[in-house]
Design a protein around this ligand. Structure first.
Ligand SMILES: [Cu+2]
Length: 158
Protein backbone atom coordinates (compact mmCIF):
# COMPACT_ATOMS: atom_id res chain seq x y z
CA UNK A 1 0.00 0.00 0.00
CA UNK A 2 2.73 2.46 1.00
CA UNK A 3 4.72 1.45 -2.04
CA UNK A 4 1.75 2.24 -4.25
CA UNK A 5 1.29 5.64 -2.67
CA UNK A 6 4.92 6.58 -3.16
CA UNK A 7 4.74 5.42 -6.79
CA UNK A 8 1.68 7.63 -7.31
CA UNK A 9 3.41 10.53 -5.60
CA UNK A 10 6.53 10.22 -7.74
CA UNK A 11 4.35 10.08 -10.87
CA UNK A 12 2.57 13.23 -9.74
CA UNK A 13 5.91 14.85 -9.05
CA UNK A 14 7.08 14.02 -12.57
CA UNK A 15 3.87 15.43 -14.03
CA UNK A 16 4.28 18.58 -11.97
CA UNK A 17 7.82 18.94 -13.32
CA UNK A 18 6.58 18.59 -16.89
CA UNK A 19 3.90 21.21 -16.32
CA UNK A 20 6.24 23.68 -14.65
CA UNK A 21 8.49 23.51 -17.70
CA UNK A 22 5.53 24.36 -19.91
CA UNK A 23 4.61 27.21 -17.57
CA UNK A 24 7.78 29.10 -18.50
CA UNK A 25 5.87 31.24 -20.95
CA UNK A 26 2.13 31.73 -20.92
CA UNK A 27 -0.17 29.21 -19.30
CA UNK A 28 -3.60 28.99 -20.83
CA UNK A 29 -6.47 27.84 -18.68
CA UNK A 30 -10.21 27.38 -18.97
CA UNK A 31 -10.65 28.08 -22.69
CA UNK A 32 -14.30 28.17 -23.74
CA UNK A 33 -16.54 29.37 -26.52
CA UNK A 34 -19.92 30.91 -25.78
CA UNK A 35 -22.85 28.96 -27.21
CA UNK A 36 -24.69 30.93 -29.87
CA UNK A 37 -27.82 30.47 -32.00
CA UNK A 38 -27.32 28.61 -35.33
CA UNK A 39 -27.54 31.86 -37.32
CA UNK A 40 -25.18 33.84 -35.08
CA UNK A 41 -23.04 36.36 -37.01
CA UNK A 42 -20.08 35.79 -34.67
CA UNK A 43 -18.73 33.60 -31.89
CA UNK A 44 -16.69 34.63 -28.89
CA UNK A 45 -13.95 32.65 -27.14
CA UNK A 46 -12.61 33.27 -23.66
CA UNK A 47 -9.75 31.95 -21.51
CA UNK A 48 -7.26 32.92 -18.88
CA UNK A 49 -3.65 33.74 -19.87
CA UNK A 50 -1.04 33.52 -17.11
CA UNK A 51 2.44 34.88 -17.68
CA UNK A 52 5.02 33.23 -15.41
CA UNK A 53 7.97 34.97 -17.00
CA UNK A 54 9.68 38.21 -16.04
CA UNK A 55 8.79 40.01 -19.25
CA UNK A 56 5.57 40.94 -21.00
CA UNK A 57 4.23 38.33 -23.41
CA UNK A 58 1.37 39.09 -25.76
CA UNK A 59 -1.09 36.91 -27.61
CA UNK A 60 -0.40 38.04 -31.18
CA UNK A 61 -2.44 35.65 -33.30
CA UNK A 62 -5.21 33.09 -33.16
CA UNK A 63 -6.22 30.61 -35.80
CA UNK A 64 -9.24 28.33 -35.95
CA UNK A 65 -10.86 26.05 -38.53
CA UNK A 66 -11.90 28.01 -41.63
CA UNK A 67 -15.58 27.11 -41.09
CA UNK A 68 -15.51 29.20 -37.90
CA UNK A 69 -14.87 32.39 -39.85
CA UNK A 70 -12.30 35.15 -39.56
CA UNK A 71 -10.57 35.30 -36.18
CA UNK A 72 -9.91 38.63 -34.48
CA UNK A 73 -8.82 39.78 -31.03
CA UNK A 74 -11.18 42.26 -29.43
CA UNK A 75 -11.67 44.29 -26.31
CA UNK A 76 -15.03 45.54 -25.14
CA UNK A 77 -14.89 49.02 -23.66
CA UNK A 78 -17.32 51.60 -22.46
CA UNK A 79 -17.28 54.59 -24.81
CA UNK A 80 -19.80 57.44 -24.74
CA UNK A 81 -22.01 55.39 -22.45
CA UNK A 82 -22.05 52.44 -24.83
CA UNK A 83 -20.27 49.10 -24.82
CA UNK A 84 -18.13 48.88 -27.92
CA UNK A 85 -15.86 46.17 -29.23
CA UNK A 86 -12.55 47.38 -30.54
CA UNK A 87 -10.25 45.15 -32.55
CA UNK A 88 -6.81 44.70 -30.96
CA UNK A 89 -3.44 43.93 -32.55
CA UNK A 90 -2.58 41.79 -29.56
CA UNK A 91 -3.62 40.89 -26.03
CA UNK A 92 -0.78 41.72 -23.59
CA UNK A 93 -0.04 39.76 -20.44
CA UNK A 94 2.18 41.65 -17.96
CA UNK A 95 5.12 39.86 -16.28
CA UNK A 96 4.06 37.56 -13.42
CA UNK A 97 0.47 38.49 -14.09
CA UNK A 98 -2.57 37.30 -15.94
CA UNK A 99 -5.05 38.63 -18.46
CA UNK A 100 -8.51 37.15 -18.38
CA UNK A 101 -10.50 36.98 -21.59
CA UNK A 102 -14.12 37.19 -20.51
CA UNK A 103 -17.47 38.60 -21.63
CA UNK A 104 -17.40 42.41 -21.50
CA UNK A 105 -13.60 42.54 -21.69
CA UNK A 106 -10.80 41.02 -23.82
CA UNK A 107 -12.00 38.24 -26.08
CA UNK A 108 -11.32 36.32 -29.25
CA UNK A 109 -13.98 36.63 -31.91
CA UNK A 110 -14.77 34.41 -34.86
CA UNK A 111 -16.67 36.41 -37.42
CA UNK A 112 -19.02 34.99 -40.02
CA UNK A 113 -18.92 31.30 -39.05
CA UNK A 114 -20.20 28.99 -41.80
CA UNK A 115 -21.19 26.50 -39.12
CA UNK A 116 -22.03 27.47 -35.54
CA UNK A 117 -20.92 24.77 -33.07
CA UNK A 118 -23.28 23.47 -30.39
CA UNK A 119 -22.95 23.09 -26.61
CA UNK A 120 -20.36 20.46 -25.76
CA UNK A 121 -18.40 20.77 -29.01
CA UNK A 122 -14.63 21.21 -28.69
CA UNK A 123 -13.10 24.01 -30.74
CA UNK A 124 -9.40 23.84 -31.62
CA UNK A 125 -7.67 27.19 -31.35
CA UNK A 126 -3.99 27.77 -32.09
CA UNK A 127 -2.54 30.64 -30.11
CA UNK A 128 0.66 32.44 -31.15
CA UNK A 129 2.59 34.47 -28.60
CA UNK A 130 5.14 37.27 -28.92
CA UNK A 131 7.86 35.06 -27.38
CA UNK A 132 7.63 32.80 -30.45
CA UNK A 133 5.70 30.06 -28.69
CA UNK A 134 2.53 28.48 -29.98
CA UNK A 135 -0.13 26.54 -28.13
CA UNK A 136 -3.09 24.57 -29.28
CA UNK A 137 -6.06 24.63 -26.93
CA UNK A 138 -9.43 22.92 -26.97
CA UNK A 139 -12.21 25.33 -26.08
CA UNK A 140 -15.48 23.76 -25.03
CA UNK A 141 -18.70 25.34 -26.18
CA UNK A 142 -20.72 26.38 -23.13
CA UNK A 143 -23.70 28.47 -22.30
CA UNK A 144 -23.08 31.52 -20.21
CA UNK A 145 -21.47 34.85 -19.92
CA UNK A 146 -22.86 38.25 -19.37
CA UNK A 147 -25.46 39.33 -21.88
CA UNK A 148 -25.25 42.97 -22.80
CA UNK A 149 -28.16 45.13 -23.75
CA UNK A 150 -29.29 44.23 -27.23
CA UNK A 151 -28.28 40.60 -26.96
CA UNK A 152 -24.58 40.52 -26.35
CA UNK A 153 -22.07 40.88 -29.09
CA UNK A 154 -23.19 43.55 -31.42
CA UNK A 155 -21.42 43.90 -34.69
CA UNK A 156 -19.86 47.30 -34.33
CA UNK A 157 -16.70 46.83 -36.25
CA UNK A 158 -14.41 49.33 -37.73
CU1 LIG B 1 -15.91 40.97 -30.26
Amino acid sequence: MNMNISRVLSTLFLLATVFSVRAEGVMVSDPWVRAAPPNAPALAAFMSLENHSGSEVALIGVTAAAELGRVEMHRTKMADGMMKMIQQKNIPVAPHSSTVLKPGSWHIMMIGPAKVPTVGDQIHLTLSFSDGSEQMVMAEVRRGGMMMKGGGHQMMHH
